[in-house]
Design a protein around this ligand. Structure first.
Ligand code: ADP
Length: 436
């Protein structure tokens, strides 16, 4: 159809369009995915997630472009020339083809992607979402997602607002697979649900845990035998070997301690809950004081202040181990003449157990990594003082099992404070009824 030619109107510049050349649009889309992939990778290895987000943003952008172009054509319909019409049709076809590509790219992403409207109704989902989340086409389009997933852990998380990512949960579509799920705000109060299959990572983690536990277990018996024989030899019988014997005993003791700590860590890692019992803080603090004094051998001034008037709900054995680890560190990393203060006090949220020393302190750059296994600020200082490099890792795991957190404040040359923060739910009145 040829439009009427009106003088001056056809000479106006056509409505500016994002990409005038046919190769520019696909090139820009692909460049967008690359950027999304790189950003996703830097944001924690989420390449597919980055690409998915960019792809969906591109779909919205292209649809907006088509709408604006169409609106422009409608308002100018009386003055549209066949040339403008043809151009519009060519661009529309190109955009439609790019949209198809984008949909099929997003559709075949390995991560599950679900587009939700403002009411959490499912608008679109990819193949991985069918597989991992158990969504079905076409019946689940328009379904309310938390009703659709009502029997799973995901529904509760969605109902509570899904503010934090949900890590390591069973996939609704495959109960023996594990997923990490994130809900991202998107467009006009829409949401994008992303789920990543982490089963292979969980499996690798399990293999690593089993390996460490098995090796530690296998080493335990030969070490006990070696240690036993070394104890049987009297250095006075072989005076020329006395220094060697003493070193061998110290090293075999150290190896034994590493094995015991590794076994403790393996047990804590596989445990999901602690056996809750009353942890009486008054006798526990008295034991910790005795242990600290025995280790310090009078080299430090040790004070225990207990004002909380509260017992704890948790595992006596594990909390004892965590609390005495902190005191043992304070003794080992504080030079002779220093002060060590153990406090058990109330806070508005619950109570805190803290150990303050006037020791070497820790530079700020190390603080975030201190609870990693075998992470040491000074390896020689740790070894000389009999450390295994596993103490704080054990402390962190014990606190996690008690929904408590570890806070570390330290100033090099001034000293450190390690605090274990417990919530009110973990506190018991001394002398009150015991937990069931
Ligand atoms: P280690 O057996 O080596 O003491 P930990 O896991 O208990 O292992 O502690 C990790 C590292 O943190 C230690 O090697 C030490 O460098 C540092 N550290 C722990 N507690 C203190 C402390 N109270 N003062 C100074 N440094 C500490």
């Amino acid at each position: 159809m040829l439009a009427h030619r009106q003088p001056g109107i056809d000479d106006r510049p056509p409505m500016p369009f994002l990409f005038e050349r046919s190769w520019k649009l696909p090139a820009a889309l692909v460049a967008g995915w690359l950027v999304g992939g790189v950003v996703g990778w830097f944001a924690g290895g989420h390449v597919a997630t980055g690409v998915a987000l960019v792809a969906i943003a591109e779909i919205v952008l292209l649809l907006t472009q088509i709408r604006h172009q169409a609106q422009h054509m409608m308002t100018q319909s009386s003055t549209v020339t066949s040339l403008q019409h043809d151009r519009f049709m060519t661009r529309s076809r190109r955009i439609a083809s790019s949209l198809r590509d984008l949909r099929s790219a997003a559709g075949s992403l390995p991560d599950a992607v679900v587009l939700l409207d403002t009411e959490q109704h499912v608008r679109w989902f990819n193949h991985a979402a069918e597989d991992l989340l158990g969504l079905r086409r076409p019946q689940d389009r328009g379904a309310h997602l938390d009703e659709r997933l009502s029997t799973t852990e995901l529904a509760g998380w969605l109902k509570e607002g899904a503010r934090e990512p949900l890590n390591d949960v069973a996939a609704p579509g495959h109960p023996n697979r594990h997923i990490n799920v994130t809900l991202l705000p998107f467009g006009r109060r829409q949401r994008l649900l992303l789920a990543r299959d982490i089963s292979h990572l969980t499996r690798l983690e399990q293999i690593r845990r089993d390996f460490v536990a098995n090796v530690s277990h296998e080493l335990r018996t030969p070490l006990t035998v070696i240690h036993g024989y070394l104890e049987l030899i009297d250095p006075e019988d072989v005076p020329e070997l006395a220094p060697v014997l003493s070193e061998m005993r110290a090293q075999s003791k150290r190896m034994g301690q590493i094995v015991e700590d590794l076994l403790t860590l393996s047990r804590l890692e596989t445990q999901e809950h602690v056996q809750d019992e009353r942890v009486q803080m008054t006798p526990l603090l008295a034991t910790i004081r005795k242990e600290a004094e025995a280790l310090s051998q009078g080299r430090h001034q040790i004070t225990v202040e207990s004002t909380a008037d509260a017992d704890l709900l948790g595992s006596v054995k594990d909390l004892h181990s965590a609390f005495s680890n902190l005191v043992s560190n304070a003794v080992r990393y504080t030079p002779t003449g220093g002060r060590i203060t153990v406090r058990w006090r109330r806070t508005p949220e619950g109570a805190v157990y803290s150990v303050t020393d006037t020791g070497y302190g820790i530079p700020a750059t190390h603080l975030a990594r201190l609870t990693e296994r075998f992470y040491r600020v000074s390896s020689s200082r740790s070894r000389e003082s009999g450390g295994t490099g596993l103490g704080l890792s054990i402390v962190k795991h014990v606190l996690n099992l008690h929904q408590a957190r570890l806070d570390i404040q330290s100033e090099p040359g001034q000293g450190s404070t390690f605090s274990c923060w417990f919530s009110r739910e973990r506190l018991l009145t001394p002398g009150g009824a015991d937990p069931d």
